[in-house]
Design a protein around this ligand. Structure first.
Ligand SMILES: NC(=O)c1ccc[n+]([C@@H]2O[C@H](COP(=O)([O-])OP(=O)(O)OC[C@H]3O[C@@H](n4cnc5c(N)ncnc54)[C@H](O)[C@@H]3O)[C@@H](O)[C@H]2O)c1
Length: 264
């Protein structure tokens, strides 16, 4: 018997087999869930789909439903959810595991954050934070019996992490967005929480200047004296997406070897 037997939900977006989304998928599927996936259609849509399919194959869920979704486009979100409705009818959970900021403004150099242009700021907050509202709005009507939504965040939302820059601002917006959504959707029995993951070597993380320092600092300073295994994020996702967390909403759970509690 799995903790997520009979539950259906969406995971957006997988880029490759290192994606945190892939680790979440592995864990929720292991617990009996049925998942549908999104991927970002890049310039060459077939090529981007092939890469995601490869990760799905390697992880044993090659046959799962997969559809393009660019959260920067209302039309793309609409098409994605039209497909979801046709495929699943109703859903029980949604995982927001995506973010974007122009890497030119994710550098540790002095003055890099101050130089953030308006369009770079807008894009980072739009793709990484507003998208949670857009996806929750589209998902809520498909959750008539209630549901669970989670979004992936990082310590840079509340503490200065050199190089995280505009993405830190976007994550602060994401965390606040999750709390307001939790309040707004609570009467419909839809829970909304965030998971603040420690550093993981993924495609997106490699764009952040100073990422290597985050790994060495965590090993030295975190209570557990090690970096996290992304599978641990997957296990916390199972908790939040399953009925184990039925009384939990508007929360942020750190999966970071305890790094966030340390002052020095
Ligand atoms: N890797 C880390 O160290 C770390 C730590 C804490 C939180 N996170 C968060 O975890 C989440 C997943 O990131 P990841 O580290 O697995 O990296 P990843 O590169 O594997 O995943 C990022 C995903 O965002 C998607 N994306 C970017 N722009 C998009 C758009 N316009 N529309 C739809 N999708 C878009 C990409 O296609 C990709 O699938 C992100 O929110 C990230 O900020 C990562």
């Amino acid at each position: 018997m799995g903790l997520m037997d009979g539950k259906k939900g969406l995971i957006l977006n997988i880029a490759n087999d290192r994606s945190i989304a892939t680790h979440i998928a592995n864990n929720v599927i292991k617990q009996g869930a049925t998942c549908g996936f999104g991927f970002l259609p890049m310039d060459n849509i077939e090529k981007s789909q092939r890469r995601v399919k490869k990760a799905m194959e390697e992880n044993g869920f090659a046959d799962a439903w997969l559809h393009p979704c660019d959260v920067g486009s209302d039309e793309s979100i609409e098409k994605f959810f039209a497909g979801v409705k046709e495929q699943f009818g109703t859903i029980d959970f949604l995982v927001h595991s995506l973010a974007f900021a122009n890497r030119d403004y994710l550098k540790k150099d002095a003055g890099n954050f101050t130089s953030t242009p308006r369009d770079v700021f807008k894009q980072a907050v739009d793709i990484s934070a507003y998208s949670l509202i857009a996806l929750a709005r589209a998902a809520a009507p498909l959750m008539p019996e209630g549901g669970s939504i989670i979004a992936l965040t990082y310590l840079g939302a509340t503490q200065v992490i050199p190089g995280y820059n505009v993405m830190g601002v976007a994550k602060a917006a994401l965390e606040a967005t999750a709390r307001y959504l939790a309040f707004d959707l609570g009467p419909r029995k839809i829970r909304v929480n965030t998971v603040s993951a420690g550093a993981v070597r993924t495609l997106s993380a490699m764009a952040v200047g100073g990422i290597d320092e985050m790994f060495t600092h965590t090993e030295k300073k975190a209570p557990l004296k090690r970096n996290i295994d992304p599978d641990e994020v997957g296990k916390t996702a199972v908790y939040l997406l399953s009925d184990l967390a039925s009384g939990v909403t508007g929360e942020n759970i750190f999966v970071d070897s305890g790094f966030n509690i340390v002052g020095l």
